[in-house]
Design a binder for this molecule. Structure first.
Ligand code: SF4
Ligand code: SF4
Length: 465
C-alpha cells in the first residue's frame, strides 16, 4: 500500500504504546530569517526578518527541556541564520544545562571575534559552515552575495583559532562538481575536521533550479566514488550527506578492492577528528512558509544529519595546532567496535549511543545506514512543525501543541520510515535497502510518495536483473 502523504498532512498518531528508537540528532530551524539568499536553499520564503511565527523563547525552552525523553540527541541550531535569533545563546546554555550536546550551523558571514567567543563559551561543540565552491567566484555566485566567501572564511578562522571543531558543508551541483578536489584542498587548508558533501535535494529554492544544474545518476555515482577514494586518505572526515546509496557504493568498492568493508573504507571511521564531526548545516524544511508546509530550506548547515559529536569532544583547547586534525590525530579504532557501528562523526547519528543511555549517548558517531530520517533524526521548523528531515515536507505535528517526544514516538509517518518493508519500487526490492533506504525526500519530490524508489540511484537490484 502506498503511503501517500500530502505536504500538509495533519498529525496522525499511531496507537499509543508505540515505542520509538532514540533520537540522535535534532535539527532545529531556530529562525527562517537569513542574511543570504542561496540559490539552493530549501526555503521558499527567504526573509531577512525574524518571524512572529518563530517559536518563542519559552516555547523553545520547553522543547529543549523535553528532549531528554527522546534519548540524548545532539541539538543542531540551524536556520535561516540561527545567529540572527537574539536568544540563541540563552537557548544554547539551556541545552547545555539539560545535558544535550549542541552544534551550530551558520553561514559564517556575520561571525566576528565577539560572537565566536560566545559560541565557544556557551559550550557549542561543533560549527558547520557551507562552502559551495573553493573560491569567491564560484561560492558567491551560488550564495547570491558578493563577498560572502571571504566573510565565511574570516568567520571560520575566528572559530578555528579558538579551538572549535569545524565542519564544511558543500552542496554539489554541476557548477562545482568538477571542483571537488579543490574543495577538499580548501577544507584541508582551513583545518576543517570534516567535509560533508551534500547531494542536492530538489526542494525549496532548489526545486527551481534547472535540470541542467543537477547531477544526473552517472555523475552522482562518480561523485560518490570520488568521496570513497578520498576517504581512504583519511585526512579528514569526509562524508556523503543525503546520498544514502553511498552505503551501497562503499560496499561495492570495498568488495572490488578486496578491502575489509568499512574500517578503512568507511568514511566515518578513523577519519574524523577526535572531536567527531558535527553538524551539518542547513536547516530544514521550514521556511517553507506555512503555506508551503514544511518547507524546506537549507542554508548554512545541511538540514540533515550531518553532525556528530562524541562525548567529551567538541571545541578543542585553543592550543589546537590549527593544522589538519587528520594528520595523525585520529583516534584509534575502538576495541571491539564493529564495522559500521562507530563511524566518527556521522551525522545521522550514532548508533551506539542510543542517544541516551550508556555513555550518555554522546557518542553520535556510529553510522548505521544511509537515510535515518525519522529513525534517528528529525527536524523542527521555526514554527514548530516536526518533519522527518529538513527536506521532507510531511509534518507529524507541532511542538507548540504536542510535546516533541510524543510526536517522535507516535507519528505514523515516522513509523512508516522505520519499516523498510514498506519501501516501494526498486528500493523495496534492493538487497542494499537496509543500509541505504534511498533518499525519502527525493522520492517525495518526484512522486509525492515518500516510500517510493529513490530517483537518483543508477543501481539495478539483483532481483530486477
Ligand atoms: S530523506 Fe534522508 S537522505 Fe533524504 S534529505 Fe532527508 S535525511 Fe537526507
Ligand atoms: S535501489 Fe534504492 S535501496 Fe537500492 S541502492 Fe539504490 S537507492 Fe539504495
Amino acid at each position: 500500500m502506498a503511503h501517500h502523504t500530502q505536504a500538509y498532512a495533519l498529525p496522525t498518531l499511531a496507537p499509543s504504546g508505540a515505542t520509538a528508537p532514540p533520537l540522535r540528532l535534532l535539527f532545529w530551524e531556530a529562525t527562517a530569517a537569513c542574511n543570504l539568499a542561496c540559490v539552493h536553499c530549501r526555503r521558499l520564503d527567504v526573509s531577512r526578518q525574524l518571524s512572529r511565527d518563530d517559536l518563542s523563547t519559552e516555547q523553545a525552552l520547553g522543547m529543549i527541556a523535553s528532549l531528554p525523553q527522546t534519548g540524548r540527541p545532539i541539538l543542531v541550531f540551524s536556520g535561516g541564520e540561527p545567529l540572527m535569533r537574539p536568544d540563541l545563546f540563552e537557548l544554547a546554555a539551556a541545552a547545555r544545562q539539560t545535558g544535550l550536546p549542541t552544534a551550530l550551523a551558520t553561514n559564517g558571514t556575520i561571525m566576528n571575534e565577539e560572537i565566536a567567543q560566545q559560541v565557544v563559551d556557551v559550550g557549542i561543540r561543533r560549527v558547520s559552515m557551507s562552502f559551495d565552491g573553493p573560491d569567491a567566484v564560484t561560492h558567491d555566485q551560488f550564495r547570491g552575495i558578493d563577498g560572502s566567501f571571504d566573510s565565511t572564511v574570516r568567520g571560520f578562522k575566528e572559530l578555528r583559532r579558538r579551538g572549535m571543531s569545524m565542519q564544511i558543508n558543500t552542496t554539489v551541483t554541476k557548477h562545482n562538481y568538477r571542483l571537488l578536489d579543490r574543495m577538499y584542498q580548501l577544507a584541508l587548508e582551513l583545518g576543517a575536521d570534516a567535509l560533508h558533501i551534500f547531494m542536492l535535494v530538489p526542494v525549496g529554492c532548489g526545486m527551481e533550479l534547472s535540470d541542467a544544474i543537477k547531477l544526473d545518476p552517472d555523475e552522482y555515482e562518480a561523485a560518490l566514488n570520488w568521496i570513497y577514494d578520498r576517504s581512504l586518505e583519511q585526512k579528514l572526515h569526509l562524508k556523503a550527506t543525503c546520498a544514502p546509496h553511498y552505503f551501497r557504493v562503499m560496499r561495492q568498492r570495498a568488495k572490488e578492492d578486496g578491502r575489509p568493508m568499512p574500517t578503512a573504507a568507511h568514511p566515518h571511521r578513523g577519519m574524523g577528528h577526535p572531536g567527531g564531526d558535527a553538524v551539518t548545516g542547513q536547516t530544514g524544511p521550514s521556511s517553507l512558509g506555512k503555506d508551503s508546509g514544511p518547507a524546506l530550506e537549507k542554508q548554512g548547515l545541511h538540514p540533515h544529519p550531518d553532525l556528530s559529536l562524541r562525548e567529551g569532544e567538541g571545541a578543542r583547547p585553543s592550543g589546537h595546532p590549527g593544522g589538519h586534525p587528520g594528520a595523525g590525530g585520529h583516534p584509534p579504532a575502538e576495541p571491539g567496535a564493529t564495522t559500521h557501528t562507530r563511524a566518527q562523526g556521522h551525522p545521522e547519528g550514532a548508533t551506539g549511543g542510543s542517544g541516551g543511555g550508556g555513555s550518555g549517548g554522546g557518542d553520535m558517531t556510529a553510522m548505521t545506514k544511509g537515510c535515518l530520517a525519522g529513525q534517528a533524526v528529525c527536524f523542527v521548523s521555526h514554527t514548530g512543525e516536526v518533519f522527518p528531515c529538513g527536506y521532507l515536507p510531511v509534518s507529524s505535528g507541532n511542538v507548540k501543541t504536542t510535546p516533541l517526544p510524543a510526536i517522535w514516538r507516535d507519528s505514523s509517518i515516522f513509523a512508516a520510515l522505520r519499516n523498510d518493508d514498506l519501501l516501494e519500487g526498486k528500493c523495496g526490492m534492493c538487497e542494499f535497502k537496509k543500509v541505504c533506504m534511498g533518499c525519502r525526500a527525493r522520492a517525495f519530490a518526484e512522486s509525492h510518495d515518500y516510500l517510493a524508489e529513490e530517483p537518483n540511484c543508477g543501481y539495478t537490484p539483483v532481483r530486477l536483473r
